[in-house]
Design a protein around this ligand. Structure first.
Ligand SMILES: [Mn+2]
Length: 258
């Protein structure tokens, strides 16, 4: 029976970390295949790729197995939706046209199993981080995209990979949980539920690379999906209830306040 909705993010394919990208990719496929018989839908909340830029006629090499697996899910009639992350925001229609998968660039609220769920990558939300918010605007600007598209891929892609690595090294300082006052996604969610209590049952984001399951002021919940670089974590919704789980890392627990 297809009654489970799966949420995951931050595969960062193309980046060799604790495991190589290809070992990680195979693990993700194994996870998808194992859960496919019960899969009602799959949401991927950004940073599938460590770098992605769709040129007009060309896409970056790599990631072919994950794309084939997503195509197979679609062929079996399973809804798949993708959000772009800060590392793979330059998706301009390839997933929609080739894989029949909708791509979202901003957070979206869905009603899933009778619950209101807000989904997004999570970058650029909450207070502070003005440098990043500015760069994000620049990178999203059509003129910047066009200009980048004119740089030959042999130069443009290494340049972008360097930038992507630099932003990750900056983020690497934040592996530890900073506490509810300093976790900007918790701040963002608390502010949202303060303005509109009871409007959302679950806020689910990626980007933070830290599995978090947090009870918010109005009784709703914020979930951070963690990542597949360190945690192999994901969320699964069944009968309107979401749990955060770890693939092949039994006994791991998310950071939680309940
Ligand atoms: Mn990420």
């Amino acid at each position: 029976m297809r009654n489970k909705i799966f949420f995951c993010s931050d595969f960062h394919l193309g980046l060799d970390a604790a495991e190589t990208s290809s070992v990680r990719e195979k693990m993700i496929l194994e996870w998808m295949e194992k859960n496919e018989p019960e899969m009602e839908a799959l949401f991927i909340l950004g940073d599938i790729f460590d770098f992605w830029f769709e040129y007009k006629q060309v896409v970056p090499r790599g990631g072919i197995r994950i794309m084939a697996a997503l195509a197979r899910l679609r062929d079996r009639g399973i809804p798949v939706q993708v959000f772009t992350g800060n590392h793979d925001q330059w998706m301009f229609g390839y997933f929609q046209e080739e894989l029949d998968i909708p791509v979202h660039h901003d957070p979206v609220s869905f009603t899933l199993q009778n619950k209101k769920v807000m989904l997004g990558h999570g970058d650029g939300l909450g207070p502070g981080d003005h440098g990043y918010k500015f760069i994000k605007k620049v990178f999203r600007h059509p003129v910047a995209r066009t200009l980048f598209g004119w740089i030959p891929p042999g130069m443009g892609i290494p340049l972008a990979r360097y930038w992507s690595g630099a932003s990750r090294r900056k983020g690497a300082r934040e592996h530890a949980f900073l506490g509810p006052e300093n976790e900007w996604l918790i701040q963002y969610c608390e502010k949202t539920v303060h303005k509109e209590p009871g409007n959302t049952d679950y806020f689910i984001f990626g980007h933070r690379h830290l599995p978090v399951y947090w009870r918010l002021g109005d009784g709703s919940h914020y979930i951070n999906l963690g990542d597949w670089l360190r945690y192999h974590s994901y969320a699964v919704m069944e009968e309107g209830i979401i749990r955060l789980d770890f693939y092949r890392q039994e006994g791991s627990k998310p950071i939680s306040n309940f």
